[in-house]
Ligand binder design. Structure first.
Ligand code: ADP
Ligand code: MG
Length: 269
């Protein structure tokens, strides 16, 4: 039972402190059940805002998000989220193993099964030995891997990732990209992966959505017609890879020419 995601006419306006920012104007797109879609767009174009609305952490100004046909109005069960600011998403007073186990407590699982999931998840991100450490004893890249392990252990149907590898070193990043593809292929989960890295979007995605600058709309949807089996060395030098990245690059450049809309707040009534 895997769920599709439908974003329909989504708009988000932030209001407060005399400012009114229309972060997302009108977004409509679908991620099919079991699909891996990458979303790219210039910094500040509303990617995090969009994901927070999709995760039920932020109420849209208008429009809606449907998960498996049901409207999202709070964090839906079966959805896991890897935040951009991972450092803040781990509890410093809990050991790594406890951090990974925490969301599992919402599930009706025995203690043994929970432990098993934690061990498996930490192993799959290469941190089998770190279960007893505190997050602040780990490097940034390791902390991010803990956040990913926490999402995996939960065995989500839908995984939303917000620029999850922006702060890790190149080698770890390549390994984690391959991990995401492997998990997606093995577990058939629905994945929406946000990145500002064009090569990463093309390498990872089965489809790439290019967003415009804020106020955001979908500028283009591109099918990534590369073989399902990807390889860090071979895929990235394939002629088709170069064509796709050029196409996405051109679209991003065009998108960057827009400016965010900042209007004065309406006068008080
Ligand atoms: P991205 O993730 O693509 O970099 P964000 O979704 O973080 O973009 O931000 C989109 C726009 O909304 C930016 O102009 C940002 O300044 C604004 N914004 C984000 N969060 C808030 C907030 N809580 N209050 C007011 N404006 C915000
Ligand atoms: Mg962001």
């Amino acid at each position: 039972m895997h769920a599709s995601l439908v974003v329909s006419g989504l708009r988000k306006v932030y209001e407060g402190a005399g400012r009114r920012v229309e972060a997302v104007r009108d977004l409509t797109f679908t991620v099919d059940a079991g699909e891996l879609v990458c979303l790219v767009g210039p910094s500040g174009c509303g990617k995090t805002t969009l994901l927070k609305c999709m995760a039920g952490l932020l109420a849209p100004t208008s429009g809606e998000v449907l998960l498996g046909g049901r409207r999202v109005s709070g964090p839906p069960p079966g959805m896991a989220f890897v935040f951009q600011e991972y450092g803040r998403s781990l509890f410093p007073w809990m050991r790594v193993g406890e951090n990974v186990e925490l969301p599992l407590r919402q599930k009706k699982l025995g203690r043994v099964r929970r432990r098993e999931l934690v061990v498996d998840a930490l192993e799959s991100v290469g941190l089998a030995d770190a279960a007893g450490a505190y997050p602040w004893q780990l490097s940034g890249g390791m902390q991010q891997r803990v956040a990913i392990a926490r999402a995996l252990a939960y065995e989500p149907e839908v995984l939303l990732m917000d620029e999850p590898f922006a702060a890790v070193d190149a080698q770890t990043r390549a390994d984690l990209e391959d991990l995401v593809r492997r998990l997606w292929r093995r577990r058939g989960i629905t994945v929406l992966f946000v990145t500002h890295d064009i090569d990463e979007a093309v390498y990872l995605g089965e489809r790439v959505l290019v967003l415009s600058a804020s106020p955001t709309v979908v500028r283009e949807q591109l099918k990534v017609d590369l073989p399902e089996e990807r390889d860090q060395l071979r895929t990235r030098v394939a002629p088709r890879f170069a064509e796709l990245r050029t196409r996405v690059y051109e679209q991003i450049q065009a998108a960057k020419r827009g400016e965010p809309v900042v209007e004065d707040a309406p006068p008080p009534r």
